[in-house]
Design a protein around this ligand. Structure first.
Ligand code: HEC
Length: 195
């Protein structure tokens, strides 16, 4: 029998090593992310989810440290095409959740203070593995606060926790296609949580 202290030390070491080892162990065996079935996606997510949340939170960003406690809006991550063919999973904060989960298609007005955080997983078919992609964030301000973008602020964090740099129009020019839904594009229908 192993000495309990030895076992504990080995476990601690493997947990620490796990941080770096895990990222490269999330193997995928498809050529095209659209070919992933639900079981394969679940397996990838189980493998990568702890590392993801940790990576986003590295710089202490207030959304990054909190979003996993928010309401998850899909049953699993899914590939929608937009956002670089990544696997996407959106979380809604308490202010946003009730309205967002209606997945309403017209006359939507998300309350000020709504925050949607969407984690993403890049499927590198070349390396045959899943790696953490950016955390995409939308925050709704008070009426009139950002007239060019329907009062939304678009933001993003790189997997190292640092902010991404882009023009608001880069995100908004696409999200404005869902103007009747207050710019919310929603997850793919097949993975929306029922409410
Ligand atoms: C080419 C179109 C396109 C562009 C550009 C784009 N998005 Fe999206 N976005 C989508 C689609 C489609 C979805 C819903 C798909 C999904 O999440 O499964 C979405 C969903 C989101 C969500 C979840 C809330 C929602 O709409 O349901 C956030 C947050 C988000 N995008 C942020 C951003 C940010 C930040 C940028 C700019 C860096 C950006 N998006 C650029 C198409 C786009």
């Amino acid at each position: 029998m192993k000495h309990p202290l030895f076992a504990a030390a080995a476990l601690a070491a493997s947990l620490m090593m796990g941080q770096t080892a895990m990222a490269s162990e999330c193997k995928v065996d498809v050529e095209d992310p659209f070919d992933l079935d639900a079981a394969a996606v679940d397996e990838i997510y189980d493998c990568i989810k702890a590392t993801m949340a940790e990576s986003y939170a590295k710089e202490g960003d207030e959304v990054a440290v909190a979003y996993r406690d928010w309401t998850v809006t899909s049953t699993r991550p899914a590939v929608a095409g937009a956002h670089g063919n990544r696997l996407l999973q959106t979380f809604a904060n308490d202010i946003a959740a009730e309205q967002y989960l209606k997945f309403a298609d017209e006359g939507v007005v998300m309350p000020a203070g709504s925050v949607l955080a969407k984690e993403s997983i890049t499927i590198s078919t070349k390396k045959k593995e899943a790696v953490t992609g950016p955390l995409f964030i939308m925050t709704k301000g008070e009426t009139g606060s950002s007239p060019d973008t329907g009062d939304w602020i678009y933001a993003g964090l790189q997997p190292n926790g640092k902010p991404m740099k882009f023009k608001q129009s880069f995100c908004h020019d696409c999200h404005v296609s869902w103007e009747a839904q207050d710019m919310m594009a929603y997850p793919l229908e097949e993975v929306r949580v029922s409410n």
